[in-house]
Ligand binder design. Structure first.
Ligand code: GLY
Ligand code: MN
Ligand code: MN
Length: 527
């Protein structure tokens, strides 16, 4: 369905203008008046302030401190076309979500602008005034209401008004039509009284173009414009926004706990559905679909594409095709996360014996990975380095691989920087920050990330694995086709790491009893 464009189409019309060659909507004034009349008025919303609003204000205040006197521009991003006139479900850029507190599908084309104010004369004693520019809900007496399939209420349901978001977010709001001036006015070199602009780039190409044009038009020597300098400005803002997310506030931790709780439910749903998955030609898709149902029912979406990988597919690190069978006697690796409506996501992996019981060799590999994970937890103490988690987990895996006669060198050589032979079977990092993005804080400086100090308030994964491919001729046959990962979501506290995903069993025996308990309960259920 799409009827947004009422331009008559003719055979001579260029192809790119024929998106709506199915439109049969009349263009007469009489039709327009009829369609826009006699609708009940939109209900007036007087919402309360969102619980996140104060936290989002604190985040804006922290960024304000770093960029005094400069205009900061954070786009949410536009709708993205999936095919022709069908868009993907909208998700705002994470930096925008963080600084506004908005989640769900709010709001295509929106832009948060932090306008410099005098020192201490901005919002909350800061140095900027924040305004959220967006396309507010159009009245039911407008053409947009019934004719715009991307933003009209008739087509997509109700949307926020300026007053509604102002009340919910505690933030000044303005119509998108005022954005261009807000971004471009007085742009120029500070030494001649202009305002320097910093932009989160590559989120909305229209905003990139607007800022680039303003920079070009106000440059002292536009023909020799040093784009590198401007890129530096923007990169610094993106980096600062990423680093701001290294520590989660209380509200964010609450959201991550919600996401983890829904994910735990999703894993339970998958265990319940395994008997059906085992009979299906594409059992992995059964697993994927069952988890997705939980993600949509409890949260906003998936935080990333589910990896539902059985047998040898579990050794393919980013197996999201999920077209394989789930076979009794093989292991099913499920790496999945529910994204809450606030857009915070869980990221959990469990490796389950498809028929409920680990074989001896599967258990041996599983327990090595579990020992590595436990070593990672032991290393994850406040004051330690982020990279210590990976070192501790990798050392355990290298030791086991050596014990099993798989490592061609000594453990010492393997764990040395130039060795790393164990990476043939554990090629990824053990931990990453987790939050609005599954791989959160990705633009933070290395010294604050990998070389950073573990600090209360950080949330990250611990996720060692071992992956023995069918195609690996360097190992005995009994190992081939076994892939194991155990991934938990961890909150650092002053007392040490707290496993947020501990509700899902980790020990091999506990996994078996958990699965058996689910099947016993299901048998006792009346239809
Ligand atoms: N699911 C992506 C990851 O574990 O990093
Ligand atoms: Mn992960
Ligand atoms: Mn994962």
């Amino acid at each position: 369905m799409n009827d947004a464009d009422n331009t008559p189409v003719s055979a001579s019309q260029p192809l790119e203008e024929r998106v709506n060659n199915r439109s049969q909507r009349p263009t007469s004034d009489a039709f327009k008046a009829f369609m826009a009349s006699n609708w009940a008025p939109s209900p007036q919303q007087t919402p309360e302030r969102d619980a996140v609003a104060g936290h989002a204000a604190d985040r804006r205040r922290a960024i304000s401190e770093l960029f005094k006197g400069e205009r900061l521009v954070l786009p949410a991003g536009p709708l993205k076309v999936r095919s022709n006139d069908c868009d993907y479900r909208f998700r705002p850029h994470s930096a925008f979500a963080h600084l506004t507190g908005l989640g769900l599908d709010h709001e295509p084309d929106a832009v948060l602008v932090l306008e410099p104010a005098g020192e201490g004369k901005g919002d909350d004693g800061g140095h900027h005034h924040a305004t959220l520019y967006f396309r507010p809900l159009a009245g039911r007496d407008t053409e947009q209401f019934y004719a715009d399939s991307r933003s009209g209420e008739f087509w997509i349901g109700t949307r926020p008004t300026l007053a509604e978001f102002k009340a919910r977010l505690g933030l000044a709001t303005a119509d998108l039509s005022e954005l261009e001036l807000a971004i471009t006015k007085n742009v120029g070199a500070p030494e001649i009284g202009g305002i320097s602009v910093r932009l989160v780039r590559k989120v909305d190409e229209n905003i990139d173009a607007l800022v680039d044009t303003a920079r070009y038009n106000t440059a002292k020597d536009p023909e020799n414009l040093d784009l590198g300098v401007f890129d530096g400005l923007d990169e610094k803002l993106t980096e600062a926004l990423s680093e701001l997310r290294l520590l989660k506030d209380e509200w964010e931790v609450g959201q991550l706990k919600l996401a983890v709780a829904a994910t735990v439910e999703g894993f339970t749903d998958v265990v319940k559905a395994l008997p059906r998955a085992l009979t299906h030609q594409r059992g992995e898709r059964v697993v994927e679909g069952v988890f997705f149902a939980r993600a949509r029912e409890e949260g906003n979406e998936l935080g990333y594409d589910t990896i539902a990988a059985s047998g040898n597919n579990a050794t393919v690190l980013h197996w999201t095709r999920n077209t394989g069978k789930v076979t009794a006697g093989e292991l099913l690796l499920l790496d999945a996360g529910v994204e809450a409506e606030s857009l915070y996501t869980a990221d959990i992996t469990r490796t389950l014996p498809a028929n409920g019981t680990f074989s001896a060799i599967q258990r041996k590999v599983y327990e090595a990975v579990l020992d590595a994970a436990d070593a990672g937890f032991a290393a994850a103490q406040p004051g330690a380095k982020f990279r210590d988690i990976h070192s501790a987990a990798s050392a355990v895996l290298a030791e086991r691989l050596a014990e099993w006669g798989l490592l061609p060198v000594s453990v010492e050589e393997a764990i040395s920087p130039d060795g790393q032979q164990h990476r043939r079977w554990m090629p990824h990092g053990t931990s990453h920050h987790l939050g609005l993005d599954v791989h959160d804080c990705a633009q933070a400086k290395r010294e604050l990330y990998l070389d950073g100090v573990l600090t209360p308030g950080m949330v990250f994964t611990i996720e060692p694995g071992l992956y023995f491919k069918n195609e690996d001729l360097g190992i005995p046959e009994e190992y081939r086709g076994i892939g194991v990962r155990i991934e938990d979501d961890v909150l650092m506290t002053p007392a040490g790491p707290v496993n947020l995903s501990a509700a899902l069993p980790r020990k091999a025996g506990d996994v078996e009893s958990w699965m058996a308990g689910i099947y016993q309960e299901a048998e006792g259920q009346q239809p």
